[in-house]
Design a protein around this ligand. Structure first.
Ligand SMILES: [Zn+2]
Ligand SMILES: [Zn+2]
Length: 114
C-alpha cells in the first residue's frame, strides 16, 4: 500500500477512520489512535470515538457502583431478617444481592470488551 498523499512512498500506517494509507509525514496520532494529519473529518471522528469510549468507562463505573450498593443493601437486609424465617425482607435481600451481582457482571463484561 502507498501513501494516499505521496504515491511514491510506502504507507507506514493506515488511518483508523478513513482507511487511507499514510507515510510517516502524513500520519498523526490523537487519542491513542492513528489518523490522517490534515483531515478535519478524521480528527472529529477520533474525538467522537474517544468521547464514546470515555462515556462507556463512566457507565462501567456506574454499573459497578450500583451493583456493589445492591449487594450491600441485600446483605444488610439478609442479616436484619436472619432471626425470622422465610420473611419478606429476606427474599428482598436475596433479590438485591442477585441484582447486584448481575450489575457487577455486566460492568466486568464491559471492561473485557474495551
Ligand atoms: Zn483519515
Ligand atoms: Zn505521505
Amino acid at each position: 500500500m502507498k501513501c494516499y498523499n505521496h504515491h511514491d512512498r510506502d504507507a507506514f500506517a493506515i488511518c483508523q477512520y478513513c482507511g487511507k494509507g499514510l507515510c510517516l509525514e502524513c500520519l498523526d496520532t490523537r487519542n491513542d489512535s492513528i489518523l490522517c494529519k490534515n483531515s478535519k473529518t478524521c480528527a472529529i471522528k477520533s474525538d467522537l470515538v474517544n468521547q464514546a469510549y470515555n462515556q462507556l468507562s463512566n457507565n462501567k463505573n456506574i454499573f459497578l457502583a450500583i451493583g456493589i450498593l445492591f449487594v450491600i443493601f441485600g446483605i444488610i437486609g439478609l442479616i436484619m431478617s436472619l432471626p425470622l424465617i422465610a420473611n419478606i425482607p429476606g427474599v428482598v435481600g436475596i433479590t438485591f444481592v442477585i441484582i447486584g451481582i448481575i450489575y457487577i457482571k455486566n460492568a466486568y463484561s464491559m471492561k473485557n470488551k474495551v
